[in-house]
Write a protein that binds this ligand. Structure first.
Ligand code: F1P
Length: 356
């Protein structure tokens, strides 16, 4: 199922986008929401697992595009905190299943504490949907593989549309920027298809790293949660110990782990953070790490030949890079798991929906 679900992404991303995209104006148009973005003092995003990393990406989007402060937490911690939520704030819950027990409990906690409640779920009928003031349904279709793939990228697309809407309403995005971002989003299905058509070298790279004991993923900005999601996919599927770190955090500890036996996967679109990420990549290479470099043509020109391996991605507006860079990390985890002989659809100890 997993590879089939990965391959469905151009189509289901397109469908999710179509639910927000107005082909006449070529802009993102959201249904009327029961709250006004201008009145939201703070946003709190809560989720588990892969859905949590979608929330982490969205934090960067809402902060930069809409000037809205966002806190993101994992539901299993958030639900037990005694933190004052900002009165009148928006609490957004992200879940593929809409049934995850920790996320549902967190939703109820936020409701008791006077928040507007919105959720992003991938099913028409769900407990979270029923208990929300507003629900966004991703159009990923049924996801059978336990490790979430297409639901994740569709969550990201939904969050990107929400961030644009918030940015417009809050007067942070002007028409020109909005049009550019909408155009970048509308290209994502085609760019995702290109990535899937050119994925043969990912299998070869998987063969280089599948015997490693530990693997690090690094990235900055929205590439940081993509690094964490890559590490989670690898752990879930192949049982290799993997961690995703903010590249700038390496020097505060994780760099001690680096030697020639530790592959480092570098998520580095040529965005605002590129030069700094590139310098972190050079630091790990100086310690003999085997680097797999994910970047676009400009990034490859600068650093491609220094890495053990590279995955070249299409050149896109950095806004949509986290959606597209998620796809090769899914494929890499898939191939590593296949080489290790694990069951990619039903990893040990994991359930698709954690309802207890
Ligand atoms: C959250 C989640 C998934 C993960 C696994 C266990 O589920 O952590 O991300 O892949 O299936 O549950 P959900 O709340 O998004 O349904």
């Amino acid at each position: 199922f997993m590879m089939k679900e990965i391959m469905e992404q151009p189509a289901v991303i397109g469908e999710t986008l179509n639910s927000f995209f107005n082909p006449k104006t070529r802009t993102i148009t959201l249904p009327d929401l029961p709250f006004d973005w201008r009145d939201i003092p703070k946003m709190t995003i809560v989720a588990c697992g892969t859905s949590f990393y979608a929330g982490m990406v969205a934090k960067y989007w809402f902060e930069t595009l809409a000037g809205l402060g966002v806190e993101v937490d994992i539901a299993s911690e958030f639900r037990y905190r005694s933190m004052p939520l900002a009165p009148g704030g928006l609490a957004l819950f992200i879940s593929q299943s809409g049934e995850t027990a920790d996320t549902l409990a967190a939703l109820r906690y936020a409701r008791e504490n006077g928040q507007h409640i919105a959720s992003i779920v991938n099913v028409e009928e769900s407990s979270m949907g029923r208990e929300s003031d507003f629900v966004f349904h991703t159009k990923a279709g049924p996801e059978i593989g336990v490790a979430s793939t297409k639901a994740f990228t569709c969550q990201l697309v939904t969050l990107a549309c929400l961030a644009i809407d918030a940015g417009k309403q809050r007067g942070v995005l002007d028409h020109e920027r909005e049009a550019l971002l909408s155009a970048a989003l509308s290209e994502v299905p085609a760019r995702a298809a290109e990535i899937l058509e050119n994925d043969t070298n990912i299998r070869d790279l998987a063969a280089e790293i599948f015997e490693a004991r530990d693997i690090l993923y690094i990235g900055r900005g929205p590439g940081y949660p993509v690094a964490m999601e890559g590490a989670l996919k690898l752990k879930e599927l192949s049982y290799i110990h993997a961690e995703g770190y903010a590249a700038g955090e390496l020097k505060h500890g994780p760099i001690a782990l680096i030697d020639e036996a530790v592959p480092v996967i570098v998520v580095a679109p040529t965005d605002h953070y590129f030069e700094k990420t590139a310098s972190n990549m050079q630091e790990v290479m100086a310690r003999n790490a085997q680097v797999i470099f994910l970047s676009d043509a400009a990034g490859m020109k600068q650093l491609g030949e220094h890495a053990l391996g590279s995955i070249e991605l299409p050149t896109v507006d950095p806004f949509v890079a986290p959606i597209l860079y998620s796809i090769p990390v899914q494929i890499l985890a898939y191939h590593v798991a296949v080489l290790k002989g694990t069951d990619v659809d039903q990893p040990r100890n994991l359930a698709k929906s954690v309802t207890v």
